[in-house]
Design a protein around this ligand. Structure first.
Ligand SMILES: [Zn+2]
Length: 493
């Protein structure tokens, strides 16, 4: 493993627009921050793709032997409906609509977020901090920016002075915008605007009397601006400058641009060495949007309960589908695309199931070490998962030729082939072998569940002959029942 860690890894840095050699700040360590969800609704599939991309990156670094501190936040306050500091707080609005506490909204959708990501087999981050848990840290950063003269207070709110900041810094460098162009292209400020310039953004907003999510501050009761939490939490857990900052492409401007400005204003340092942006997921060739109904939730894919789908798909198939595209490319989801991925997934799983049992010979007709190196080359080239998957299928092709006695492989090479395939599929791509993923899986689970119900009835009637018969005969078929506090579950060997 050490061997592969020392190979050059290149990352597309959104800040420079170039693929750059990855050099960690601390040898053997990676600090990575990814903007998490605003928890006011069920997580949608486009967001899942972003988090899955960074999960794959997290997994690959870990596989290479790095110690990774992966911080992904939860936005539970401060994100207004309109990114330009206007409108209601998204969470407070939902709380009013459902007549519950804002923290109940946060809890409900944080649980949904975690459940969904777990279904997709994402590893939990090292730290998952919340905005409301870091109000003090955010107030401290505002004080520092005010001291540097790069923010101003109006009426209980504090705004970042973008024009002043831009005199000595480059506001717009991440998104490739020029402040002069932004100024000419935006509307004039109106008399009721508190900002000096339309590009200025809120660090702290005064809470109106009816606003429920509020905290005391040196400027009165209010709440932090949305961009500030990420600066506060990334600095706290990863330092003033850290290795990687990731997020969806849509966060590049204004969110990440504002994060850079806040960090540079408060610490004088550039906060991030490598900015990484994951691209979006479209649905049937169009942008996903709740308002146009061109939208799909993960649960609808798993149940097949959406009229664009001909059938349900397992989380592992969806994850495999996502990994077939490079994280910086737009990916289009459709029923046909998922069907094609399911076929590929099944072929890959069949190969994984048979690789250990391959017959071995004295020599190999296939250069396994060269193939293994190509797998690493793909990942070392900006985490190129589509190329990696193409290489994995090259391995599958040889497995099938060996099975048909058209090629032979040595014992040593077979072990390398099996280990490499399992490592990349399970550990790096995070694709599980859900052998129940076959078409008849739902039928089978339904039948087993029916037998469990009949067995429970038999046990309730003290008919232990029947209940034992069901348990034993299922076991003989390789289906093991487990009785627990939550009821009976089963596993298929
Ligand atoms: Zn963020």
């Amino acid at each position: 493993m050490q061997l592969y860690k020392n190979q050059p890894l290149r990352i597309h840095n959104s800040l420079t627009g170039k693929k750059e050699l990855f050099k960690p700040i601390n040898e053997g360590h990676v600090g990575m921050y990814v903007c998490g969800p605003t928890v006011y609704s069920n997580v949608h599939l486009g967001n899942c793709r972003t988090f899955m991309s960074f999960d794959m990156i997290f997994r690959y670094f870990k596989h290479l032997g790095y110690k990774v501190r992966y911080v992904r936040n939860i936005t539970d306050a401060g994100h207004l409906e309109n990114d330009a500091d206007e409108g209601e707080d998204k969470i407070a609005k939902k709380a009013k609509l459902e007549q519950i506490e804002p923290m109940e909204v946060v809890q409900r959708y944080t649980v949904d977020f975690h459940n969904t990501l777990q279904q997709f087999n994402l590893l939990p981050p090292s730290i998952e901090p919340t905005a409301t848990g870091h109000i003090i840290e955010q107030i401290e950063i505002i004080k520092e920016i005010l001291e540097k003269g790069l923010a101003y207070e109006v009426n209980g709110s504090v705004y970042f002075d973008v024009v002043k900041f831009n005199e000595d810094h480059d506001y717009g460098k991440l998104s490739g915008r020029k402040l002069e162009d932004m100024i000419t292209n935006t509307r004039e400020l109106t008399a009721q605007d508190e900002k000096r310039n339309p590009q200025d953004f809120a660090l702290w907003k005064k809470a109106e009397p009816q606003h429920i999510m509020r905290w005391p501050s040196p400027w009165g009761d209010g709440f932090p601006g949305w961009h500030l939490e990420c600066t506060a939490m990334s600095t706290k857990y990863l330092g003033e400058t850290f290795d990687i900052h990731g997020g969806g492409m849509d966060l590049k401007f204004p969110h990440h641009e504002c994060e850079i400005a806040q960090a540079e204003a408060s610490t004088g340092k550039s906060p991030v060495n490598y900015w990484m942006h994951a691209n979006m997921l479209t649905l049937n060739g169009r942008k996903m949007s709740k308002s146009t109904d061109n939208n799909i939730y993960p649960s609808e894919i798993f149940s097949g309960d959406n009229n664009i789908l001909s059938k349900p798909y397992t989380p592992a198939v969806v994850r495999f589908f996502m990994m077939q595209a490079h994280y910086t490319s737009i990916l289009d989801l459709s029923d046909e695309a998922l069907q094609a991925s399911e076929k590929g997934y099944n072929r890959l799983m069949e190969a994984l199931e048979s690789v250990d049992g391959l017959k071995t010979g004295d020599s190999s007709d296939f250069d396994v070490l060269a193939w293994k190196q190509k797998c690493y080359d793909a990942m070392n080239d900006d985490f190129n998962t589509p190329i990696l998957i193409a290489q994995l299928f090259e391995g599958v092709k040889h497995i099938n030729l060996i099975k048909e006695n058209k090629e032979s492989i040595s014992k040593e090479d077979k072990d390398i082939l099996a280990n490499t395939l399992k490592t990349f599929v399970y550990d790096v791509l995070g694709i599980e072998n859900q052998s129940l993923a076959k078409d008849d899986s739902n039928t089978l689970s339904g039948v087993v569940q029916l037998l469990i119900d009949i067995r429970n009835e038999a046990r309730a009637n003290k008919d232990f002959a029947t209940s034992d018969k069901i348990r034993d005969e299922l076991l003989a078929l390789g289906i093991q029942l487990k009785d627990g506090k939550e009821g009976t579950t089963f596993s298929i060997n």
